[in-house]
Design a protein around this ligand. Structure first.
Ligand code: UD1
Ligand code: UDP
Length: 377
């Protein structure tokens, strides 16, 4: 007798979760005779998430429409848990997938656990060792990993972190699916000219060196973010031959101070969040990268771009070990000095600009599908 199709629900809420899970969904959908793979978006993010779906020409099956201005983590979690429970009841999946460490990933795993549905965690095992940095992601990912069933660790050190917490079964090192998305997208955009992307880049002069900046972490709100902005202003004033290109996150706690402090600097370009393809193209043109983003710390070494991480700790330790990434914290002077070094010493920059693939080879999604086919026969 023919086996019924296995039902899989992919739960995602923010930009990076969509970027990192859509390649996995696409891989499962190649086997539509075996799997019924559906997507539930929580819409913790709205425009920034919808944009990724447009980029990958794919549509969600369920939309919880959760984003509200200024809502607390508790409100988001409570409302999400209630609404997601209804979807789980209606669709009754055999397996759910969550990715990373967002609030969506946390309540997604919790909703599945309450219904005793198997949970697969993509990007399992990342740890900074500090429960307030990144906040609330460090605790989210610990809790998810202790509720889960199948663990897709991006690197050996992530697997090792799980082992240290007693999670030893059904853990596989597959690489980061974000690199799958990047490899796919690079093929499509690498040879494009600026004009192909329309108005995305405003007045950026690409004949100059590009310093790409992003910043959005909650633990940086307030003084640290102000320090970061002051540092960027100083770098812009010192290096007129450098264009600082900063697609600003839509979070009002970020947009407000960033716009106030940086809007008058002529060589700082504050852009809207970029569609993923535009962002990948921009990254490929960057001379240096300053960021607090997890995903960008993974993508930049793949393209041989030196990264200064504007955080006190990182869970992406592989880049630091390979010297493609340097942690500079949120102290204004430290950020400026590190950027000065990269912008004035070709030798320093070249030392960090070696293409490296510590986070994956672009085949993580295929590995995940092979493993799940064995586990859910
Ligand atoms: C969230 C995740 C973080 C992840 C980041 C990726 C949590 C707690 N945080 O942070 O782990 O690294 O996404 O970007 O899960 N907003 C919009 N439109 C959008 C997106 C956001 O207006 O498309 C505004 C809204 O006012 C929203 C606010 O940004 O309330 C904050 O969004 P939220 O998802 O709570 O947190 P992020 O800081 O984006
Ligand atoms: N990204 C994007 N547009 C932007 C900035 C980032 O598409 O304007 C992509 C980037 O390539 C990476 C992901 O968004 O894949 C990172 O998301 P973010 O920094 O918001 O979250 P984190 O990775 O820190 O959780």
């Amino acid at each position: 007798m023919k086996h019924p199709k296995k039902k899989i629900l992919f739960i995602m809420g923010t930009r990076p979760e969509a970027i990192k899970l859509i390649p996995v969904v696409k891989e499962f959908r190649k086997r539509s005779g075996e799997f019924d793979a559906r997507i539930c978006i929580t819409a913790q993010h709205r425009e920034m998430l919808d944009n990724v779906f447009q980029n990958f020409s794919i549509k969600p099956d369920f939309d919880l429409d959760l984003m509200r201005p200024g809502q607390t983590l508790a409100e988001l979690t409570a409302e999400g848990l209630k609404k997601l429970n209804l979807v789980l009841e209606a669709f009754a999946p055999d397996l759910i997938f969550v990715q990373g460490d967002t609030t969506t990933a946390f309540f997604g795993a919790l909703a599945g656990y309450y219904r005793k549905i198997k949970i697969a965690h993509v990007e399992a095992g990342l740890r900074s060792g500090d429960k307030y940095s990144p906040f609330p992601e460090e605790v989210n990912r610990i809790l998810i990993d202790h509720m889960g069933d199948y663990y897709f660790a991006p690197t050996k050190s992530a697997k090792h972190n799980l082992e240290k917490e007693g999670i030893r079964n059904d853990v596989w090192v597959v690489g980061n699916t974000g690199i799958d998305a990047l490899a796919l997208t690079l093929d499509a955009v690498r040879k494009r000219e600026k004009t192909w992307f329309g108005e995305c880049f405003g007045a950026v002069d690409f004949s100059k060196r590009i310093a790409l900046v992003t910043c959005h972490r909650r633990e940086s709100f307030g003084k640290p973010l102000k320090n970061i902005c002051e540092a960027l202003k100083e770098i812009a004033a010192e290096f007129k031959d450098v264009e600082i290109v900063y697609p600003v996150h839509l979070n009002p706690n970020v947009r407000g101070p960033v716009t106030k402090i940086l809007k008058k600097s002529a060589n700082i370009h504050l852009l809207k969040p970029l569609p993923y393809q535009c962002f990948v193209w921009l990254l490929s043109k960057a001379y240096i990268v300053l960021t607090d983003s997890g995903g960008i710390q993974e993508e930049a070494p793949y393209l041989g771009k030196p990264v200064l991480v504007m955080r006190d700790v990182t869970e992406r330790v592989e880049g630091v070990k390979l010297h493609t990434t340097k942690i500079v914290g949120t102290n204004r002077g430290r950020i400026v000095r590190a950027a000065e070094k990269l912008l004035t010493s070709e030798k320093t920059r070249e030392g960090m600009a070696k293409p490296a693939t510590p986070y994956g080879d672009g085949r993580a999604s295929r590995r995940i599908v092979c493993i799940i086919r064995r586990k859910l026969p």
